[in-house]
Design a protein around this ligand. Structure first.
Ligand SMILES: Nc1ncnc2c1ncn2[C@@H]1O[C@H](COP(=O)(O)OP(=O)(O)O)[C@@H](O)[C@H]1O
Ligand SMILES: [Mg+2]
Length: 395
């Protein structure tokens, strides 16, 4: 079909299959992570022979392959287990659950018919747990319950104690139950109560961030199926991998960067090639949209603090003291006809920005006489904040 007739074929045809760079795409092969795969296989091995499953706890930052490796190994388990083993896997992503109760309700609903869902509130906890045990008992055989992103439940971790012990307590009778917990938060395990730790973390597995070489392997593999031949210039994959490795060793981020670069290349005037410059532009675009999402959701006063800090950081050669920032803030608030907060309330806003990764806080201790004070700088360029908050005036 000619370009003139079809509005959806833009300048350059570059994609062979863009979907393999999509968030939801499950790769057919897992690259790297051999030792993690071997360890997980060893932890799962009893299930393959019909023995009692281990409870397993996996943790590591986001994008390091925890979910994909777990899914892959559970697939292998299904393929290679003793055929007489009656295995069911129940998987729940807990990201929207903030308590054990909510996880239990979500599990019950996962196991119930679509037409027989229970409401997320209103049942006594024991009733929900009983529903859950009944469902598990009905499944029978060996059941693995996979709780992904379990760190969402915070301190309310009772289920992680109850579920792994359900059989020894007699709550379930017909089922060999194993729990696989996966956490994106490295602190979560530290904060688990000690009784949960000793039951859930029977076996554990840490996923470390990917280094640049590992990311290269993963990104290269995706790029080969995603792009047409000769679209990706030499060195681009290395460049993408290096950026992601420097950031946080997150494969999801690396893949997203490559996808964004592809989208830019497709629109580019300079032909159907992904170059290092396009990767840099894509990186900036992703960074800007990350900031946009973060800043957009802030309350007005926090937006003013963000704007103040970015404005002063741009004009200054180093970090700035709270009092000086507060002066500028008052001026900006006045210009915008917004209520002015006190010095201390303003400082609390800056603390919030520090937590959000928008501000960098420096602590100074001048010893006796000088005391302790803080200076601040913005981690976001003024121009970017300006674009996001263009409804606000700066002096
Ligand atoms: N070893 C790997 N091989 C192939 N793709 C991977 C690998 N590790 C991660 N990915 C891809 O990177 C993204 C993030 O991986 P994921 O398992 O979801 O990370 P986590 O669960 O640790 O946050 C997914 O799109 C996944 O397909
Ligand atoms: Mg995950």
């Amino acid at each position: 079909m000619g370009k003139a007739e079809n509005p959806f074929t833009s300048l350059n045809e570059i994609w062979a299959n863009r979907d393999v760079l999509h968030e939801d795409y499950t790769p057919t092969e897992i690259l790297e992570r051999e030792s993690e795969r071997d360890k997980l296989a060893a932890h799962l091995a009893p299930v393959a022979n019909g023995n009692r499953p281990n409870n397993i706890f996996l943790y590591g930052k986001t994008g390091v392959g925890k979910t994909v490796v777990t899914e892959y190994m559970l697939g292998k388990l299904d393929e290679f287990k003793d055929p007489t083993v009656d295995l069911s896997v129940v998987t729940l992503n807990c990201q929207n659950c903030s308590s054990s109760y909510q996880v239990a309700v979500a599990l019950v609903n996962e196991l119930h018919d679509e037409t027989d869902q229970i409401s997320p509130t209103g049942y006594p906890a024991e009733t929900v747990y009983q529903y859950l045990y009944d469902e598990l008992d009905q499944l029978g055989g060996t059941v693995l319950v996979v709780l992904d992103e379990i760190d969402a439940i915070g301190d309310d971790d009772g289920l992680l104690y109850e579920l792994p012990r359900a059989r020894s307590k007699g709550d379930v009778e017909n089922v060999k139950l194993g729990v696989i917990g996966i956490s994106n938060d490295l602190e979560f395990k530290k904060n688990l109560s000690s009784k949960v730790k000793s039951t859930l973390c029977e076996k554990e597995l840490v996923f470390t961030p990917y280094d640049a070489t590992e990311l290269q392997t993963i990104v290269m593999d995706r790029a080969e199926s995603a792009f047409l031949d000769d679209v990706v210039q030499d060195g681009v994959i290395e460049h993408v991998a290096a950026i992601a490795a420097k950031n946080s060793g997150d494969a999801r981020q690396a893949i997203r960067l490559l996808r964004e670069a592809g989208d830019l290349a497709k629109q580019s005037e300079s032909g159907a090639v992904v170059t290092d410059d396009i990767v840099e532009a894509a990186k900036e675009e992703l960074e800007a949209s990350r900031i946009e999402r973060a800043v957009d959701d802030l309350p007005l006063q926090t937006k003013l603090a963000t704007l103040t800090l970015a404005f002063r950081t741009e004009a200054s050669s180093g970090p700035i003291r709270t009092a000086a920032l507060h002066d500028t803030y008052c001026q900006i608030a006045r210009e915008n006809g917004v209520e002015r907060r006190s010095h201390d309330a303003f400082r609390d806003q800056l603390d919030d920005l520090d937590m959000l990764g928008i501000a960098l806080r420096h602590r100074h201790n001048e010893g006796r006489g000088g005391g302790i004070y803080y200076t601040w700088e913005s981690d976001i360029a003024y121009g970017v904040v300006r674009d996001v908050l263009d409804e606000l005036n700066t002096p």
